[in-house]
Design a protein around this ligand. Structure first.
Ligand code: TXA
Ligand code: MG
Length: 339
């Protein structure tokens, strides 16, 4: 397949553009789409050839499964075999929204989509353009994040264009993503939720819905490549900017002193006063929500500015902060320095 054979069009999110995008999907091709979390690369989840084009465009390993996106509950059973009580409770509470549930897949869903697994990750996005496209295409859409494998997830149509220009026929521009980090991914274990990837639906929110929540080891630590991972995505290198990133776990004051001793490093901070005078910095905000919203764009910007070393303040490991920490520590190849 010639990967650079497209004149990639940027469509707006008007009804006529959505219709055009739905025709591309129905013809067995792929489209870059906005969701409330990050942009996705979407194809008909039941069309094996179309799904293969997603893996080719991203350079994604074939054993890393795709999330299937639905717009109505009656689409749920096209992709999944069963809806256990705890999953129903989560669907009622958190859908449409940034929660992906891993459940036994339906017979009809191709193994290409599920990365060879018997399970499928399903979510109902809340972004109106994503929902309208699923409706128009009248099929669940398989969609991973629309970045090249190993790059930060795209939170704007411009980021998708950077990575996918020439590789896909079209991108729907639905504005900047509100959430900024990918959905929370969970599976179920004896009625409890196991968090495989943290996101905007936090451990605390899941605990209040289900009572019991387990945070998978892979959320906070490197996964052993040789062992089978609960979520295959966690074993691949992720979110890596070109710069060497270090997560600095300390007070603002100690961070400033450390950064002063490492001149030339770009500081990724919560507020401008975290950075020493004269240092280059990118500010991602004080709340977990702001940080989630800005992190991926900040990592892309660090590359654009040609940073060799990035010193990042360590986010809180609770609430939405856990998702920010999880992405940042991967960008840092697990280099965390506690001062
Ligand atoms: O917010 C999101 O989830 C975005 C938007 C586009 O919806 N999508 C996204 O997809 O982040 P992707 O492919 O970049 O990440 C999906 C993650 C991967 O880590 C994958 O391994 C995991 O979900 N996953 C998918 N299906 C799974 C399954 N059946 N079992 C375990 N993990 C699964
Ligand atoms: Mg991804």
């Amino acid at each position: 397949m010639n990967l650079m054979s497209y004149q990639t069009k940027i469509l707006d999110d008007s009804p006529s553009s959505i219709k055009q995008a739905a025709e591309i999907i129905r013809a067995g091709d792929i489209v870059g789409i906005p969701t409330e979390t990050v942009y996705g690369l979407a194809a008909d989840a039941f069309n094996e050839n179309a799904v293969r084009k997603i893996f080719a465009a991203k350079g994604r390993p074939a054993d890393n499964p795709l999330i299937v996106h639905i717009s109505r509950m009656d689409m749920f059973f096209r992709a999944a075999k069963e809806l256990p009580e705890e999953a129903l409770r989560c669907a009622e509470r958190f859908w449409p929204g940034p929660l992906t549930m891993v459940l036994p897949k339906s017979e009809a869903l191709p193994y290409v989509t599920s990365g060879g697994l018997q399970t499928v990750g399903i979510r109902m996005p809340s972004h109106p353009a994503a929902r309208a496209l699923i409706e128009q295409a009248d099929t669940p859409l398989a969609a991973p994040s629309a970045n090249l494998s190993g790059k930060p997830s795209p939170t704007s149509a411009a980021h998708v264009f950077e990575d996918m220009n020439g590789r896909i026929p079209a991108i729907i521009d639905g504005g900047e993503c509100r959430a900024g980090v990918e959905s929370t991914v969970i599976c179920f274990e004896n009625g409890a939720a196991r968090i495989l990837r943290p996101g905007r639906v936090t451990a605390e929110m899941l605990r209040s819905a289900l009572g019991r929540v387990i945070i998978d080891d892979g959320v906070l630590h490197a996964v052993d490549d040789s062992a089978p991972a609960a979520s295959p995505g966690m074993k691949y290198k992720h979110y890596s900017p070109k710069a060497e990133v270090y997560v600095i776990n300390s007070t603002a004051e100690r961070f400033r002193e450390y950064a002063k001793e490492h001149t030339g490093a770009l500081c990724l901070v919560f507020e401008p006063s975290d950075a020493p005078d004269g240092a280059e910095f990118i500010c991602i905000g004080k709340s977990g929500e702001e940080q989630a919203n800005r992190l991926f764009a900040a990592l892309r910007e660090a590359d654009e500015r040609g940073a060799k070393t990035v010193l990042a303040r360590c986010p809180q490991k609770s609430g939405v902060g856990l998702a920010v920490y999880n992405r940042l520590i991967r960008a840092a190849a697990f280099r965390e320095i506690t001062l």
